[in-house]
Design a protein around this ligand. Structure first.
Ligand code: PLP
Length: 371
């Protein structure tokens, strides 16, 4: 081979360490020869109840015509239904193929080719930095507090007129930790109006009761705010890839300008539209999650394993040794959790809250390991 293709991309891509998703059930089944039905995945914060039965019924009813035609997300009834639910105008709403793709759109719009950088923090969700690096955009990372809390003062200090976007997840993944909304408000009040603050609220529905406020209310005063949410987590629809951004109409208009026309598909639109009606499923999911959260926390306490306070549907716990050995032990027994080495949290594993039976199986194997 005369050309080394590895050397062709820019330095951002050459040095990129791609996002490593949680191992899939199929992958583990193949690797270990375990039957798929005997494997439980507690690695990617998906809903253990699956998805809303209403959404599933609608999906089964999809017509050949719908599948044969290009989608028109902006004209789909999901737009107005979701906007009504959020109490915003449809002009403030942007649908996307997963909320993760929204970050690339925002980077393209507001940072790329402008001698600007982004800011994120030490234990922030890694996708923001990965997507920026893919575009060769400089990433400034501020240290978190020793209690894993985001240091808002450090963010304010790091921010200047060349800061295109600050990325925060609230609550954060992989820690599960909630940022006090007052602190986010203070951040908004102390950054340039030309710097976008993106708050990734993938776990909003799980955290809503603890949050006690709605970031959408800040939009009127702070048009540089972008909020992202998703159907992947509590709605149990990670497979259809649908997320959305809420912001000022002028920001949304720019995002629509550069979006590929058919990025959100018919199946996603149809299914999400039905899922929005199923409040019962959401309430069931919340209930299952808070019960499972207590169950797993009690198990950790019994085993003397410290865990981080989580406002999400997962718990990040301290294995008191490198987590890989326990991770592999659980894999051998058909339980997939998530190692946090990409975050340099080598002694920690992240486990998604499952059904009562799944949590029991996880806790049983955990106590066997520590025996
Ligand atoms: C799961 C998750 C998302 C959701 O991404 P989608 O692309 O909408 O599936 C976004 N941010 C964080 C922090 C997450 O954990």
């Amino acid at each position: 081979m005369a050309v080394n293709f590895q050397q062709l991309p820019h330095s951002g891509i050459r040095s990129l360490i791609p996002y490593k998703p949680g191992k899939s059930i199929e992958e583990l089944a193949r690797e270990k020869g375990i039957k798929s039905n005997d494997i439980i995945k507690m690695a990617s914060n998906e809903n253990p109840l699956g998805c809303s039965p209403l959404a599933l019924a609608e999906l089964k009813n999809i017509s050949p015509h719908l599948l044969a035609t290009y989608p028109s997300p902006i004209n789909h009834p999901l737009m107005s239904k979701l906007a009504n639910k959020l109490k915003i105008d449809a002009e403030q709403l942007f649908l996307s193929n997963g909320s993760d793709y929204i970050y690339t759109i925002l980077l393209n719009c507001f940072v790329l080719h402008q001698d600007k950088h982004i800011i994120t923090h030490e234990y922030a969700f890694s996708t923001y930095a990965i997507q920026a690096q893919t575009l060769n955009i400089p990433v400034h990372t501020v240290a978190d507090n020793p209690n894993w809390q985001v240091n808002i003062d450090s963010l304010i200090r790091a921010c200047n007129l060349k800061t295109g976007i600050i990325f925060l997840a609230n609550p954060n993944n992989p820690t599960g930790i909630l940022i006090n909304p007052k602190e986010i408000k203070r951040l908004l009040e102390n950054i340039p109006e030309s710097t976008l603050l993106v708050i990734d609220e993938a776990y909003y529905e799980y955290a809503a009761t603890q949050l006690n406020c709605n970031s959408i209310d800040w939009l009127a005063e702070h048009p540089n705010l972008v909020i992202t949410r998703t159907f992947s987590k509590i709605y149990g629809l990670a497979g259809i890839r649908l997320g959305y951004a809420i912001s000022h109409p002028s920001i949304i208009e720019l995002m629509r300008r550069i979006q590929l026309p058919f990025m959100v598909n018919q199946v996603a639109l149809t299914t999400a539209h039905a899922a929005l009606e199923d409040e019962e499923f959401i309430q069931q999911s919340l209930q299952l999650n808070s019960e499972g959260m207590r169950q797993i926390q009690a198990g950790f306490t019994e085993l003397n394993l410290p865990y981080l306070p989580s406002a999400c549907n997962f718990l990040t716990f301290d294995c008191k040794q490198d987590g890989i050995s326990l991770y592999n032990y659980l894999l051998d027994r058909g339980i997939i959790v998530r190692p946090l080495h990409p975050y340099k949290m080598n002694n920690y594993l992240r486990v998604t809250v499952g059904t009562k039976e799944q949590n029991n199986r996880f806790l049983d194997e955990l106590s066997n390991y520590y025996k």
